[in-house]
Design a protein around this ligand. Sequence first.
Ligand code: SF4
Length: 620
Amino acid sequence: MFGFNGKILKVDLNSQKIDVEVLDEKFYRKYLGGRNFGLYYLTREMSTNIDPLSPENILVFATGVTTGVPLTGFCRHSVVAKSPLTNGFGEAEAGGFWGAELKFAGFDAVAIKGASPKPVYLWVHDGEAEIRDASGLWGQLTKDTQKAIREELKDPLVRVAQIGPAGEKLVRYACIMNDLKYANGRSGLGAVMGSKNLKAIAVRGHNKLEFKDPEKIKELAKWHSENWLKHPGALARSRLGTSDGLLAMNADGILPTRNFSKGSFDHAEDISGEKMKDTILIGTEGCYACSIRCKRVVKGKPPYETDPNYGGPEYETIAAFGSLCEVSDLNAISYANQLCNAYGMDTISAGCTIAFAMECFENGVLTKDETSHIDLRFGNTEAMVKLVDMIAKREGLGDILAEGVMRASQRIGKGSEKYAMHVKGKEVPMHEPRGKTGLALQYTLSPSGADHMQAAHDPVFQANVENIKPLGIIEPVDRLSLGPDKVRLFKYLQLWWNLLDCLCVCKFVIAPHGAGVFKINHLVDIVNAVTGWNTSLLELMMASDRSISLAREFNLREGFTKEDDQLPMRFYEPLEFGPRKGARISERDLNEAISIYYGMMGWDRTGKPETVKLQELSLF
Ligand code: SF4
């Protein structure tokens, strides 16, 4: 076997026992890795209808067969479990170095069940694994924990994936941080880790991965290093980070603002990538083997001075704490980002939940008596920062908001549901579907709730489909269509982006993303050079298809129905301000598009995969 180890660690925290499962090449070829490995264990080994925060939940950290190949973007890992936000399939991907290091340590994935009676961390190194005491680390911020673990193991290059105090306090959108600045952000998987009393997984390895065709990999690396410097999208991403498109989105009227009631923000320039570059940016960083280095390193100014070790805010974070809350202070946004990285909390859900609370306050649903006398109006920078802290510590109103907008609105009542922007319980990320309808399909049809990384965003494909012709999309599609042409575009792009999550590849480095230098067919070349499988785009897309239908099956068995494939009501109403004033999603058109999608996926009218579909995918 080339490219992977053929070994998966199985950890039972109830018995404190560790086993190694050895799997053959057929398993790797069928599932590829990432989200698919997680689904394999969730559907085979987990009982139905368990509490996501109970020991029965299974938490899987997984790499892909190509993770660790020294090429830009082949660095990520997935974490999968039943989500405490949605009660369904939960997943989150992260960049950094942790995934590659796990492969070098001799394992492709770690599957954890049970709960430890006391805080522990897992130490995985050079083909071995052990459970170690973490009592002294409980309650520590991520920076202190990482430092303590590296000192205890006497190795400054140990990579630590960990939870902070938010995960320990079971904040439902707690995340898992690695290297203090890379996050498995979404779905509340840090709370699952906290419920298991598992503080961290530390990894270190000296194993050299073997590749079938190392010369081809060198050739592909050379091609990338010669071409990315001529690629405008990659250069913009390198220069300005993920907020390179913020001003364009604002001009287009699709920058989520004031809890999604507006599509543009008067102070967008103050929170742009350009502004960051001219003010607080002090450096850039990148994940394992990446040439583009889109990660920001910032130093915020007093009173919101920040520690560069925690990195800098991504676009999602800037919009969530910025335009969505109508806050224009980039220093304060960077500080809120640092708090989230130190406490281990998803910035998208945190920002969306604070914007929800602000709208409740503006409309008299929350009063000062309920906000600890905080003046929770939109635009109040101090209030935004204060609430991040209160949520992570579950103090006062923060305790309710730590449950996420769906549960918080159920607790608060008084009509607050209409301000709760979520799908299946997961807060909506920073993209406005009323200006790109493919996103409405992503939000409603993602098995993990509102997720913007299920398919490439569609405005670009009404002008140019050159990059996606290998997927069989050869004609432009209107960005606002919800007809069969859009569903077909969405389906193939969803298959493609989910394939990248099975292989754990960064979506920014490959077509059709605007920053992507590698072309679609390069991925087939890379998988073949790594594994020697003589695979094809068809075989790889089938593995992705398997992951989508498996996730659907998982959600159905957990009680989800067709009725859960819905948007928040606000998106069916017209945008009130900005260049896209009046734009809305037609609920009827969306429901028709969803039915067409079920048919195209081989699912029945209720959204259940047909038996023949499962047979086609070798899942039955
Ligand atoms: S483009 Fe950015 S997110 Fe992707 S691998 Fe490079 S540094 Fe990481």
